[in-house]
Design a protein around this ligand. Structure first.
Ligand code: NAD
Length: 296
C-alpha cells in the first residue's frame, strides 16, 4: 500500500501557485484578495477559515475575513458581500458553510458576483462547469481529488470509479470531473442497494459520506485506489477528540494499493485549490496574461 499524501502534493501545487503570484507581481498588479465570511460560532468553520487565511498569507494572497455573530441581519451580510463584489482587488469570496440554521444560505450566496465565486457554489458556475466551460472555477474539493490523482500519475481513464456520496459540493461535481477524464462512474448514496458489491467493482473508490470509519476492506476490490474525502470528529474511549475519515484506515489500507490518510489527504488539497481558484478568478477579472497550468 502506498499513501496518496495530500500534504506533499498540495505543497507541490502551492509552490506552483506561488510562482504564478510572483509572475503576477511583476506585472505591477496588487495581490489578489480572498474575502471570507465566518458567521456564527461554529468551531469547525472557524478552524477552516483560519487554515485558509494562513494558506493565503503563505502564498501571497491577501485576506479579509468578516467575522460576524449569528444574529447579524441578513441585509448586513448582503451589503458586505456587495462591497466585496465592488472591490477590484477581491478575487474570491467565500461564505463558510454551514450558516446558522435561521439564515437563507441560497439567498446569501446568490449575492456573490459569479466572477468572484471561490468555491464554485453558484448555479451559474456549476452550470458552466457541467457544460465543460473552461472559463469557470471548479469546486475545490473535487478539483483537489483530481489534482491529487494527477500528482501521483494515477489515470482515471477507462477505470471503474465508484463515488459514495452525491452532495452538490463533492460527489456530483467529482462524478462530472471523472467522466470528463473518461472514467466509468457510479455514484452511490444512502439508498443504494448492495453498496458493498457496487463499491467492490471499483478500480478507484471515493468515500464522501460523513460516516466515521464506515468503509473497511470488505468494500474494496484488492488493489483499488481509495480516496477518503470524509472529515469526521470522534471521541475516543479516553475522551480525546480525534479526526478521522470515512474509511477505517487500518482495514482499508490492507486492501488498497493507494489510499489517502485523514488528516493529510484531501483536506490540504482542498485548501490549495481554493488558492488556485482565487488566483484564477483574478487573472480572468484583470485580464492578466498568465497561464494557469499547475500540473506536474
Ligand atoms: P453530505 O452530508 O452533503 O453528503 C453525504 C452523502 O453521503 C449523501 O449523498 C448521502 O446520500 C451519502 N450517505 C450518507 N450515509 C450513507 C450510507 N450509509 N451509505 C451510503 N451513502 C451514504 O456531505 P458532504 O458535504 O459531501 O461531505 C461528505 C464528507 O466529506 C464529510 O465528512 C465532510 O466533512 C467531508 N468533506 C471534506 C472536505 C475536504 O476538504 N476533505 C470537503 C468537503 C467535505
Amino acid at each position: 500500500m502506498q499513501l496518496l499524501d495530500g500534504k506533499q502534493a498540495s505543497s507541490y501545487y502551492r509552490a506552483k501557485i506561488l510562482e504564478k503570484i510572483e509572475q503576477l507581481k511583476k506585472t505591477g498588479a496588487p495581490p489578489p484578495r480572498l474575502a471570507a465570511f465566518l458567521i456564527g460560532d461554529n468551531k469547525a468553520s472557524a478552524m477552516y477559515v483560519r487554515m485558509k487565511e494562513k494558506a493565503c498569507s503563505e502564498s501571497g494572497i491577501a485576506t479579509r475575513t468578516h467575522i460576524l455573530d449569528g444574529q447579524t441581519p441578513e441585509s448586513e451580510i448582503i451589503e458586505l458581500i456587495k462591497k466585496e463584489n465592488a472591490d477590484p482587488e477581491t478575487a474570491g469570496i467565500l461564505v463558510q458553510l454551514p450558516l446558522p440554521k435561521h439564515y437563507d444560505e441560497k439567498k446569501i450566496l446568490s449575492f456573490i458576483d459569479p466572477a468572484k465565486d471561490a468555491d464554485c457554489f453558484l448555479p451559474q458556475n456549476i452550470g458552466h462547469m457541467f457544460l465543460g466551460d473552461e472559463t469557470t472555477v471548479i469546486p475545490c474539493t473535487p478539483l483537489g481529488v483530481m489534482k491529487l490523482l494527477k500528482y501521483y500519475k494515477i489515470s482515471v481513464a477507462s477505470k471503474e470509479v465508484c463515488i459514495i456520496g452525491r452532495s452538490n459540493i463533492v460527489g456530483k461535481p467529482l462524478a462530472y470531473l471523472m467522466l470528463k477524464e473518461n472514467a466509468t462512474v457510479t455514484v452511490c448514496h444512502s439508498k443504494t442497494l448492495n453498496l458493498k458489491d457496487v463499491a467492490r467493482r471499483a478500480d478507484i473508490l471515493v468515500a464522501a459520506i460523513g460516516r466515521a470509519n464506515m468503509i473497511d476492506a470488505s468494500y474494496i476490490k484488492p488493489g483499488a485506489v481509495v480516496v477518503d474525502v470524509g472529515i469526521n470528529r470522534i471521541e475516543t474511549p479516553d475522551k480525546k477528540q480525534l479526526t478521522c475519515g470515512d474509511c477505517d484506515f487500518d482495514s482499508a489500507s490492507k486492501a488498497a494499493s493507494w489510499i489517502t490518510p485523514v488528516p493529510g489527504g484531501v483536506g490540504p488539497m482542498t485548501i490549495a485549490m481554493l488558492l488556485y481558484n482565487t488566483l484564477y478568478n483574478y487573472v480572468l477579472i484583470k485580464k492578466i496574461d498568465i497561464k494557469m497550468d499547475i500540473e506536474p
